[in-house]
Every structure is written in C-alpha cells, then in structure tokens.
Design a protein around this ligand. Sequence first.
Ligand SMILES: *[C@@H]1O[C@H](CO)[C@@H](O)[C@H](O)[C@H]1NC(C)=O
Ligand SMILES: *[C@@H]1O[C@H](CO)[C@@H](O)[C@H](O)[C@H]1NC(C)=O
Ligand SMILES: *[C@@H]1O[C@H](CO)[C@@H](O)[C@H](O)[C@H]1NC(C)=O
Ligand SMILES: *[C@@H]1O[C@H](CO)[C@@H](O)[C@H](O)[C@H]1NC(C)=O
Ligand SMILES: *[C@@H]1O[C@H](CO)[C@@H](O)[C@H](O)[C@H]1NC(C)=O
Length: 424
Amino acid sequence: MKPLPSNNKKNSFSFFIISLCFIFLLVILYGEDFSCILSQPFLKLQEPAAEESGGHQLPLLAEEKDVHLPFVVERSENSCNLFDGRWVYDAASRPWYQEEDCPYIQPQLTCQARGRPDKGYQHWRWQPRGCDLPSFNATFMLEKLRGKRVLFVGDSLNRGQFVSLVCLLHGALPESAKSMKTNGSLTIFTAKDYNATIEFYWAPFLVESNSDDAIVHRVKDRIVRAGAINKHGRHWRGTDIMVFNTYLWWMTGQKMRILRGSFDGDVKNITEMVTEDAYRMALRRMMRWVERNMDPSKTRVFFATMSPCHERSVEWGGHPGGNCYGETAPIDDLSYWGSCSSKSIMGLLGREFGRTKSPVTVLNITQLSNYRKDAHTSIYKKQWNKLTPEQLANPTSYADCVHWCLPGLQDTWNELLYAKLFFP
Ligand SMILES: *[C@@H]1O[C@H](CO)[C@@H](O)[C@H](O)[C@H]1NC(C)=O
Ligand SMILES: *[C@@H]1O[C@H](CO)[C@@H](O)[C@H](O)[C@H]1NC(C)=O
Ligand SMILES: *[C@@H]1O[C@H](CO)[C@@H](O)[C@H](O)[C@H]1NC(C)=O
Ligand SMILES: *[C@@H]1O[C@H](CO)[C@@H](O)[C@H](O)[C@H]1NC(C)=O
Ligand SMILES: *[C@@H]1O[C@H](CO)[C@@H](O)[C@H](O)[C@H]1NC(C)=O
C-alpha cells in the first residue's frame, strides 16, 4: 500500500517538469503574446485569501463629485455604470470604419487581410444596462482636442486602443492633414489642421524595466525598477489627456524581479517581490507622477483595467483543448469571468483608485471584454516566424488569444473613453 503514493508523486512531479519545459518553450517562442497562458495557476498561489472576497464598497471617484472636470460638455442625468451591460449584434451601425480604410493598423491586427473568414466580431455594439452610450462623433472629438496632446502609455494592448482611436478619427481628416511617425518608444499621430496629436508611448510596466525597448523587448527574464518612472515620465509632460494601462507583462507566473538602483551599474541588486506588491508599487509610482505633473483643473487621466485573454475554452463550456480559435460569437453568460483576469488585481485597482482624491478615471473594460472570445486576432495576424507543419496542422497551438482585431472590441473601449471624457 505504501509505495503507491510516492510513485504517484514521482509521476506527477515528472509531469510537472515536462509541462514546465513545454510552457517555457512556448514562452520563448511567443514572448508576450502567450504570457497569459502561464499566469493563472501560479498567480492564484500568490493571491492573499483576504483579497478574494472583494466585497468592499468603492468610494466615489473624483469625477463623480467634481462638477468642473475639464473636457466635460454635458453630464449625464442619471448616474449609470457604462461598464455594466451586454453586447448587441448591430450590423447597421458597426463597425465605425472598414479595416482597409485605416492604413495605421499594424499587420498583427488586420484580421481580414490575414484571411479571417468571418466578420461578425466587427458588428457588436456595447449596450450599457441603464443608459445609452453617446454616439461617437469624430469631428466633434477633433474640435475638442484642438491644440491638445493625447497620450496612451502602456503595452501592446494599449497600443491597440491608440490605433483604434486614430482609425476612429482619421476619416474626418483630409489625406494631406495627418501624419504618423515613430521615434523610439514614442509614436505620434498628428492632425495638422487641429494642431492636435494622439500619441503612444511604449512602457509595458509603466515604470522602468528591461523590456522598455519598443522593438526588442521580448526578454526572457523580466526585471522592473518598480519605483522608477522619471526616465519615461519626462516624455509625458505637457499632455492634456493620458490613458495608462499595465497588466499583461506582470503575469509571468513567478515573483517579480525588482532592481534596486540603476540598470546601468555593474553590480545589480535584484530582489524578488510578490507580483501583486510589485504591481501596487508601480501603480503608486504612476499616481505620484500624475499628482506631481498633471493639473487636474486642465487635464484628464484614465487607466484601462486588464484586457482579458481566452486561452481555455472549457472555461466557457467549450470543448477541452480549445481556445479562442474558431470562436465567432461572444459569451452570453453575464456572470462569465475568465481566469486570465485576476480578481485580486482588480480589487487592488479598486482600492488604489477608489481613494477620494484620485484624479484618475477608470476605464473598466475587463468584464465587457471577457465576453468577447470571438474578438481576438487568433491565427489571423502577421506571423513573424515561419510556422512549422505541426503548428499548421493544429491552429489552436498558435492562435493569439490576447490581442484584438481592428475594427473590433477596442473601438468600444474608445467609445467608453469618449463617453467618460465628454459626457460623464
Ligand atoms: C458631429 O459634430 C460636429 C461638430 O460638433 C457637428 O457639426 C455634427 O453635426 C455632428 N454630427 C452628428 C451626426 O451629430
Ligand atoms: C499648438 O498646440 C500647442 C500645444 O499642444 C501650443 O503650444 C501651440 O501654440 C499651438 N500652435 C498653434 C499654431 O495653435
Ligand atoms: C527622437 O527622440 C529623441 C529624444 O527622445 C530626439 O533627441 C530626436 O531628435 C528624435 N528624432 C527625431 C527624428 O525626431
Ligand atoms: C539590496 O536592496 C535591498 C532593498 O533595498 C536592501 O535591503 C539590501 O541591503 C540591498 N543589498 C545590497 C547588497 O546592496
Ligand atoms: C470593474 O467592474 C467589475 C465588474 O464588472 C467590478 O467587480 C470591479 O470592482 C470594477 N473595478 C473597478 C476598478 O472599478
């Protein structure tokens, strides 16, 4: 009787090692796109039990009390939670633009051009439960942005939202009156006649890290300086509207490696920190930067909550072994919440931004995006490496269930930004 458990232990241990090696290989092959796969089982272990309950009351955000918010045109009469609602199929009014009409979409997000056979994912409209979203008007927005600088700061998902906003606006501009330029971490779209820019700055952790190179950032062993932001922050000064995000890159499944001191020194003092503590530290550093550099009477700051992924179809009642590949409709279970979105990090965001004097407006896109298993780029994106015959035979193995096709879900994130900016 006795030897049995130890055999089992041995077997499951070698299975564990083999699985780890496999996951490690995937991560090396696919870098950021697949970091989500790793995240959940490990992350769960790190989450303190107390944070799971999440039953705390969120205090009023600054925006709900302050009548004199900049950019506000009209306040909605009833206070309606725009992020609580459902998806409605509406081919007559969505999408806002055609994929081939927006030249700024990166080849990783042009799903139709990469052979996606279905288009339904472009036709869903977000319907809040208690009110309607204001209709997006590009000319109106451009006029409000006259002489202003809008800056998105974060990772590839935030870059997707940036590109979506550019696509939503550019149709209202003549060809000669717009340009898009990239210099290092900063990409700038200029609407010349409006003297306005929409910009994106690559900083996947917001704070300094060894993944800050906008092109070569797929490092194996991520290290952050959780308290250091000024190297990036000096490029952000003078912005009128900021949209931050950060989440995916923290989800390595391990503790975060934290550098004390500079990346330039010879001797590096690196310590480990529970991911959530490191994340909180970075968030607080960002908030402190905002408090010191953004004037709340003239500027607005937004933070987009985590973008979910769809790596395991069993989570939404699909067949085992599947993921977002082949999905063509949203999840209609309104209580659905996938394992890629950490409830614990969400609770942390609620507490950090819930402080009454917080000047940050939360774009709570996690729940509504959780329903959109159909909206990912899946296999319909530019592949940087040649796929092997084994991969080609099994599309699920290389489907990207993290990023989103454009036009698509991220246009809704910008509709919500538009609503919160002008008609809160
Ligand atoms: C969009 O906004 C512009 C500028 O404010 C306005 O002239 C136009 O009528 C609006 N269009 C719609 C369809 O509301
Ligand atoms: C353009 O906007 C910037 C602020 O972003 C301002 O400093 C500058 O004076 C503006 N130029 C013109 C011609 O309006
Ligand atoms: C690129 O940005 C750097 C500073 O970040 C600046 O010194 C340089 O002039 C810029 N180059 C161009 C072509 O704008
Ligand atoms: C490394 O940093 C930690 C935290 O700041 C500090 O406690 C420790 O003494 C440092 N170690 C060295 C060798 O400098
Ligand atoms: C975002 O919305 C979810 C429900 O959809 C809620 O549980 C969470 O507390 C909200 N988070 C924040 C930071 O407002």
